[in-house]
Design a protein around this ligand. Structure first.
Ligand code: SAM
Length: 185
């Protein structure tokens, strides 16, 4: 009898694993189809990037395509900024919320949302780590909506259209980080 129960428990565990793994794989494919695969910013680079950004506690920090929310969580806990992370992948958003909860990080708001539907008008700092094509498509929205003095941090890839707005660059390998100000005067 115990043998039969064990047998079914093993099958159940394998089923749960297979379903979870498939859901994760599908969600990663979905992220890629929406414009950018899920590749997290390396933890040790997150700290350098945030320190260089010189964040102030009253600022609003928005991450476009936040993945597991690591950058938002770190910005909120180290600098006290209000952070908003949006990602098209609902599994990653659930995971980001879960991590914020178990690590007791307040000041984070994670939303399942396409970056093209995100309100950018109130943010002081925008962080993104997206594929060049997606960056190219989001630039007109950034141009139109963000505050004049907003800081835009692009990890991995430069914003080609904003070459003359580059204020700083960190040369990490393999992914550098670029800092832009919409208007510097
Ligand atoms: C390279 S990962 C970066 C993750 C996170 N920003 C980090 O640095 O750890 C890009 C993220 O953008 C998300 N993404 C791709 N296309 C998107 C879209 N159109 N709207 C919102 N998020 C998107 C993906 O799901 C993925 O999590």
């Amino acid at each position: 009898m115990i043998g039969i129960i064990l047998y079914f428990l093993v099958i159940l565990a394998e089923l749960i694993f297979a379903i979870g793994f498939s859901a994760l794989t599908i969600s990663f494919i979905y992220s890629s189809l929406k414009g950018s695969p899920y590749v997290p910013t390396r933890q040790k680079e997150v700290d350098i990037i945030l320190k260089t950004a010189n964040l102030k506690s009253k600022q609003i920090f928005l991450e476009l395509g936040c993945g597991d929310g690591r950058v938002c969580r770190r910005a909120a806990s180290l600098y006290g900024v209000k952070t908003i992370g949006v990602d098209v992948n609902p599994l990653l958003i659930r995971y980001a919320r879960f991590l914020a909860k178990i690590k007791s990080v307040n000041n984070t708001d994670f939303r399942t949302q396409n970056i093209f539907d995100t309100d950018l008008s109130k943010v002081d700092v925008v962080y993104l780590f997206l594929m060049p094509k997606l960056i190219e498509l989001i630039v007109p929205k950034l141009e139109k909506e963000i505050k004049k003095k907003a800081l835009v941090i692009s990890h991995g890839f430069k914003i080609v259209e904003w070459q003359n707005r580059l204020v700083k660059k960190i040369d990490h390998r393999p992914f550098p980080t670029y800092y832009y100000r919409k208007v510097d005067k």
